[in-house]
Design a protein around this ligand. Structure first.
Ligand SMILES: NC(=O)c1ccc[n+]([C@@H]2O[C@H](COP(=O)([O-])OP(=O)(O)OC[C@H]3O[C@@H](n4cnc5c(N)ncnc54)[C@H](O)[C@@H]3O)[C@@H](O)[C@H]2O)c1
Length: 248
């Protein structure tokens, strides 16, 4: 597979290692300095582009790949209000696109467990739910894309919740409900701390007990590996895919 890396930051560099280990070629690397090279001419002969950049640049980058007829795997978070638009554009153009807010297999298993647990909680009384995500201090968006996916999973199953709100907190602080909290909203607490690659915790609490579903990413390698496996899956296909398609 001949690939392009779009965004040569922490993820782009990790993806580069995995691509080479798995015997793939890297024909093009795009970062901020040569961003204008992301066009049909430079993308010629590329099978799949892997896009991990910024919330401000992802939409345009993915669109340019679709316009050039190159399959694109993206994991950039913080811009997904326009994801549906881009999915439709990709279908119209007969392109190929893969997006997930988290390429770690374990997180995707947690997405499923999360929906199952929310459906069970929906049948009993007395529990309130909240989310917490912890990431490194360089992360630009909050809450994390993964936390938003988890919140959306809960909202699809739990009748008493209709939306989410985000709250930043200091490392080490414990969750405290605020007086004006709207009980119909899931509180997502975001903590930015050190070099943490990603911790997500869903907590259901009643007067008498607490259920916690927690996932900790130990390193970025698992994320990069998932993205490369997604690229291998996407190569030669047409359409719009997510991790659910890959896990099937
Ligand atoms: N879906 C997942 O599994 C997953 C995993 C990790 C990170 N992420 C997301 O991926 C994105 C990148 O993460 P990171 O940790 O590599 O960040 P990073 O800041 O280390 O890297 C981003 C890179 O994009 C470059 N860039 C900026 N504008 C660009 C443009 N127009 N064209 C090409 N490159 C450009 C920057 O110079 C930088 O090198 C973030 O949104 C992050 O939240 C997603």
């Amino acid at each position: 597979m001949k690939t392009a890396i779009i965004g040569y930051g922490k993820m782009g560099r990790e993806i580069e290692k995995i691509l080479l280990e798995r015997g793939h070629q890297i024909g093009l690397i795009i970062d901020q300095e040569n961003a204008s090279d992301l066009d049909s001419k430079h993308l010629q002969g590329i099978d799949v582009a892997l896009e991990f950049t910024t919330p401000q640049t992802a939409y345009d980058n993915i669109r340019r790949c679709i316009d050039a007829g190159v399959a694109v795997v993206s994991g950039t978070t913080g811009w997904t209000d326009r994801l549906e638009e881009l999915r439709r554009y990709c279908q119209e153009k007969g392109g190929a696109m893969f997006y997930t807010s988290n390429y770690c297999l374990g997180v995707n298993l947690m997405f499923r467990l999360n929906r199952q647990l929310a459906a069970m909680i929906n049948r009993v009384d007395g529990y309130d739910v909240r989310l917490e995500e912890v990431h490194h201090t360089q992360k630009r968006d909050a809450p994390s894309g993964t936390a938003i996916t988890l919140a959306e999973g809960i909202l699809s199953e739990l009748a008493c919740k209709s939306g989410w709100v985000n709250r930043m907190a200091e490392p080490g602080s414990t969750f405290q409900p605020a007086p004006g909290d709207d009980p119909s909203q899931i509180v997502i607490t975001s903590i930015r701390e050190g070099m943490v690659p990603g911790i997500h915790t869903i907590t259901y609490e009643s007067e008498d007990d607490r259920i916690e579903l927690k996932h900790t990413i130990k390193n970025r390698r698992t994320l990069a590996q998932g993205a490369v496996v997604a690229a291998e899956f996407l190569c030669g296909k047409q359409g719009v895919f997510s991790m659910d398609d890959l896990l099937k």
